[in-house]
Design a protein around this ligand. Structure first.
Ligand code: NAD
Ligand code: NA
Length: 396
């Protein structure tokens, strides 16, 4: 079929297998160009199909020849209906990994469930024995709690008695408007923490450890975000920030549990990037389009793969792993530079629908968004008939 982007709100309903494949190949080539990393050998990536998780899988495999198991939740294709992009990404990744002689298998299903955890444990046991790195990179709007059956929905709202009022952009139209978001109630805060906090990460590590599937010296890393004061009220001091506080606290709990294995648990604070998860957060797209402009001008812009390659090579598997005063790894260092933030804050005051195409990188935002779905990728012939029924070679 011929596949074109079909937009609805923050998402694109279609995705392009060749474009997704090219994105994965570009990321693989980037990692290879940076040279070998003395990194992990057997890796489990939870949330492995897009964004930072996919970049982690690619860096593990093509940076240090690791065997990888990827867990994700993606929509398979049906005749005439393309799969979700993470499906095509995973198919492309496994095709390339197998070509390179690397073990690569995938599990598609709800990582929050006991069933998918068990399936993953069984696969590790039979194929890899023990793993030495667990990347936790889920981003989900909801979680069915495996013990209570309760469905928790996350919200993106401020906390306190005042609504959050600021500028936002509809990145499809470029229209800048004022948004007002009412504060969350206690229940919404708790639900957001239940979805995006650290409970499930800890459940995964408990299950792996109990089953004796963690190697001596095994590490685990989950991803967090801090960001600037501009977005603080709705992000870091909002409901999602509470969840990130919980995730960061869980790193210490898990760290204690890994001590007898000489293992470590880290949170890495990453840069703001266009992913399916971040496009849905109010205000963030405007911030990202200004940030991209500034960081590209300074020559310090990075995507997911540059971030994760640097995380592995210069932080996690460096002789020393530098952390901040709260014990977190920081690869948001370039984003958070004073000069960068001062420039973004200035541009923020100037941003309108008229000025944004000039002062912000709206074009870069849109391109990155389309790229997530395999569209607008250089070298792809979108007029060509493609097979949407792509299989993931190592799907279990
Ligand atoms: P993403 O949407 O690109 O990736 C989410 C992944 O989770 C996908 O692989 C998806 O299949 C998987 N997933 C979602 N629900 C699942 C479920 N129930 N079971 C199994 N798999 C499921 O998101 P991302 O932006 O890469 O986010 C990953 C992490 O990085 C999140 O913790 C996010 O907060 C953090 N982070 C993101 C940014 C950013 O700007 N995007 C910045 C810093 C940190
Ligand atoms: Na991810």
């Amino acid at each position: 079929m011929i596949i074109e982007p079909k937009m609805r709100g923050f998402i694109c309903l279609t995705s392009h297998p060749d474009g997704c494949e090219q994105n994965v190949i570009n990321q693989i080539n980037y990692v290879k160009s940076k040279g070998a990393i003395a990194g992990p050998k057997k890796v489990l990536v939870i949330g492995a199909s897009t964004g930072f998780g996919l970049a982690s899988r690619i860096t593990s495999a093509f940076g240090s020849d690791a065997a990888t198991i990827g867990v994700f939740f993606e929509k398979p294709p049906a005749p005439g209906k393309p799969a979700s992009p993470g499906w095509y990404n995973s198919a492309a990744f496994e095709k390339e990994a197998i070509k390179a002689g690397l073990y690569a298998k995938s599990i598609n299903g709800d990582a929050f469930s006991d069933e998918i955890k068990q399936k993953t444990l069984d696969l590790i046991k039979s194929d890899l024995g023990q793993i030495d790195l667990v990347i936790y990179s889920l981003a989900s709007p909801k979680r069915v709690h495996p013990k209570t059956g309760v469905v928790h929905n996350s919200v993106l709202k401020p906390i306190g008695d005042k609504p959050f009022e600021n500028k936002t952009v509809d990145f499809h139209t470029g229209i800048v408007s004022e948004v007002s978001i009412a504060p969350a109630n206690e229940e919404e805060i708790e639900n957001t923490v239940a979805v995006m906090g650290g409970e499930d990460w800890e459940m995964w590590i408990d299950a792996l450890k109990t089953a004796n599937l963690l190697a001596e010296g095994a590490n685990t890393v989950a991803y967090s975000y801090i960001g600037p004061s501009l977005t603080e009220a709705v992000y870091r001091k909002g409901t999602i920030g509470r969840a990130k506080d919980h995730l960061e606290a869980t790193a210490f709990t898990i760290g204690d549990k890994l001590k007898d294995l000489n293992g470590k648990a880290f949170v890495s604070v990453n840069k703001a990037l266009v992913t399916q998860a971040s496009s849905a957060i109010p205000v963030i797209p405007l911030y990202i389009s200004l940030l991209y402009k500034v960081m590209k001008e300074e020559g310090i812009h990075e995507g997911c793969i540059e971030q994760i390659q640097r995380l592995f090579a210069e932080r996690l598997y460096a002789a020393e792993t530098p952390t901040d005063s709260a014990g977190r790894i920081r690869v948001d260092d370039l984003e958070m530079r004073d000069a960068v933030q001062a420039k973004v804050a200035q541009l923020w005051t100037e941003a309108t629908a008229e000025t944004l195409p000039l002062i912000g990188d709206l074009a870069g935002y849109k391109k990155d968004f389309l790229n997530l779905f395999g569209f607008d990728v250089a070298g792809i012939d979108y007029a060509k008939d493609v097979n949407e029924m792509v299989e993931i070679p190592g799907l279990v």
